[in-house]
Design a protein around this ligand. Structure first.
Ligand code: SAM
Length: 232
């Protein structure tokens, strides 16, 4: 009996993160799927997701008030669409798991001479950086893309130095009941264009044990959130 109990407990432990992640969205994805989607999007990303999401990118970087020498990690750097927006006096490391997106980012770095920026192929859920490596860890439009947003948030916190900032720019499920029902219904479809439309912000923050110092609405319509947290 004890053998079965302990087997069940260990199964529940293994499944735990998956079950919790499913409570945040009706849609589950795997890294392979996400990678395939972004390999296809790499050539058109800047046109399709560029202009509409840009006010949020500008606001996030304005709000960071970046000082000389600040070490920034951009998680899910994509085509490097943000890279030229950072002051040249800070250092920026970008990570992504799509080779196609990273190629575009590297082309942009070379073309624009962004000597303060570098990009690496790395999974946001299992980063190879030591603890406390960065002053600001920023995930623009990533957290609803990844299979396990809570694990990514844990990694973001781990590599951020104490007192540093964890900044998340993302679309989360609306608090309006009608919109929220629509976002939940279309989420299995939106993953094919790169994101889950029904990620629950309060559930995500609770599971990731993140307490924001500010949450503001950005973009037009104001359906995206800029969430800033400080690592205590
Ligand atoms: C919506 S794009 C965001 C790109 C850019 N940050 C922006 O502001 O538009 C999401 C990016 O996250 C990357 N990505 C998805 N899952 C990832 C993971 N587990 N680790 C690292 N990058 C990931 C995708 O390949 C894609 O380039």
């Amino acid at each position: 009996m004890a053998l079965f109990d302990s087997q069940r407990q260990s199964d529940e432990k293994i499944l735990g993160s998956d079950v919790a992640t499913r409570a945040l969205s009706v849609t589950a994805v795997e890294n392979d799927f996400v990678e395939r989607v972004y390999e296809k999007l790499a050539g058109v990303y800047d046109f399709t997701f560029g202009p509409t999401l840009h006010p949020g990118r500008l606001e996030a970087i304005r709000k960071m008030d970046i000082r000389t020498g600040t070490r920034i990690l951009e998680v899910g750097v994509g085509t490097g669409i943000n890279l030229a927006l950072y002051p040249r006096t800070c250092s920026v490391t970008g990570i992504d798991l799509s080779g196609g997106m990273l190629e575009k980012a590297q082309e942009r770095i070379d073309r624009k001479g962004l000597v303060n920026c570098s990009v690496l192929d790395m999974d946001a859920a299992a980063m190879s950086f030591p603890d406390d490596s960065f002053d600001i860890v920023y995930a623009p439009y990533l957290i609803s893309v990844v299979p396990d947003p809570v694990q990514v948030a844990r990694e973001m916190r781990r590599v951020c130095r104490p007192g540093g900032r964890i900044v998340i720019l993302n679309h989360f499920k609306s608090t309006n009941p009608l919109l929220s029902r629509i976002e939940t219904a279309i989420s299995p479809l939106t993953v094919h264009i790169g994101f889950k439309s029904d990620l629950c912000l309060p559930g995500f923050l609770a599971q990731a044990e993140l307490t924001p110092v500010s949450v503001e609405k950005v973009n037009v319509p104001r359906m995206w959130s800029l969430v800033t947290c400080v690592k205590r």
